[in-house]
Design a protein around this ligand. Structure first.
Ligand code: UT7
Length: 326
């Protein structure tokens, strides 16, 4: 059976930086509180007229360039996003059009912060079964347009950005070694966007009740996130006969520095095994892992043969891991 191998990575974050000090100017919050509780110092904000598909296309072009693959060669595009340009059509279709990837099939995956790992799983399934040979897997979000800027409990946490990888079929014994995914729909109310879908269709009253904005019970999510992230990382290692000392780079979803530290501690990972950039981008949901992966790759933190472990948790709840021999 062929394996799916990452041959290119790319990322893009909008130019505008919003610091914690900027937030202090219009919100009852402080840089001290945000840094202590989350490790976040700043986040990026998409410009007017800049959409999720634009961020995704920028990241995708950079990944294609690194892989030396033309857009026309791509046969599958999957975008992990919960903040697409529209409820439908899929942002992946808009990206296909922007790239001119006319041979690709394209759809989105809605798995919140686990969107990229879920999307990787979809691409691996297609490649290993021979139905695709060159795939673009993207995580892209503009969360600053769905957070409630009057709610200090949530708006300080999130940011915008996109990351992408090109996955190609290979006969070599490397690439994505395994994916492990989980879901638990019983917790959906702890982290969700109440409007406007079929349960709360668009209405003026709904707008007044601030239904179109993200809601989260942070404390509850925190505890379940740490447990789920560590469990699914251990599941990946055990399935491959490895332990945490075999991991060259652990790239968890960048939600909160305290979640990352607690997870790394449970896994027995040292600081230099863990990639962290939540201080610069905040939580970019489905985009956080591919942005971190691209940064680490371009900074020379990942070498051929390295063992890289991706680990995600998000709304749904959804969580999952992907183990890669680079
Ligand atoms: O992407 C995957 C899903 N998301 C996550 O994984 C996020 C998970 N949760 C978290 O990261 C944390 O729970 C938060 C960062 C959201 C909150 O941290 P916490 O340590 O759980 O704080 P808390 O919710 O218990 O709030 C403590 C206090 C409260 O004040 P009182 O009630 O104790 O007087 C909040 O009102 O901090 C207050 N607070 C703030 N103060 C200043 C909440 N947000 C802010 C703020 N600035 N931005």
């Amino acid at each position: 059976m062929k394996k799916a191998c990452i041959t290119g990575t790319g990322s893009y974050v909008p130019e505008k930086v919003l610091t914690n000090f900027d937030l202090e100017k219009f919100l009852d919050t402080s840089d001290e509180w945000i840094v202590t509780r989350t490790g976040i110092r700043e986040r990026r904000v998409a410009a007017d007229g800049e959409y999720t598909s634009d961020l995704a296309a920028h990241a995708a072009r950079r990944a294609l360039e690194m892989a030396n693959v033309e857009a026309e060669e791509i046969d599958f595009i999957v975008v992990g996003t919960i903040t697409g340009d529209f409820p439908w059509p899929a942002t992946a279709c808009l990206v296909q059009d922007k790239l001119g990837a006319s041979k690709a099939i394209a759809y989105d995956v809605s798995a919140a912060c686990s969107g990229f790992v879920y999307a990787i799983d979809a691409a691996v399934s297609r490649i290993e079964s021979g139905r695709s040979s060159k795939a673009l897997v993207i995580g892209a979000e503009i969360l600053t347009r769905v957070v409630d800027w009057q709610d200090r409990n949530t708006c300080v946490l999130f940011g915008d950005g996109a990351g992408a990888v090109v996955l190609e079929a290979t006969e070599e014994d490397r690439g994505i070694l395994s994916t492990h995914l989980h879901s638990d729909g019983s917790c959906w109310e702890l982290l969700y966007q109440p409007g406007f879908g079929s349960r709360n269709p668009a209405s003026d009253d709904g707008l007044k009740a601030r239904l179109p904005f993200l809601r989260m019970q942070g404390n509850e999510v925190f505890k379940i996130a740490v447990r789920s992230l560590s469990d699914v990382a251990i599941e990946a290692l055990e399935a491959n006969g490895l332990t945490s000392t075999d991991v060259d780079l652990f790239i968890p979803h960048q939600a909160n520095r305290r979640i990352l530290d607690a997870t790394a501690k449970r896994l027995g990972l040292t600081d230099d095994q863990v990639y962290i950039n939540v201080d610069r981008y905040g939580n970019t949901s489905g985009a956080s892992i591919p942005i971190a992966l691209d940064e680490a790759n371009r900074a020379g933190r990942i070498k051929k043969g390295d063992m890289v472990l991706l680990d995600a948790f998000g709304g749904g709840f959804t969580w999952g891991s992907a183990l890669i021999r680079w």
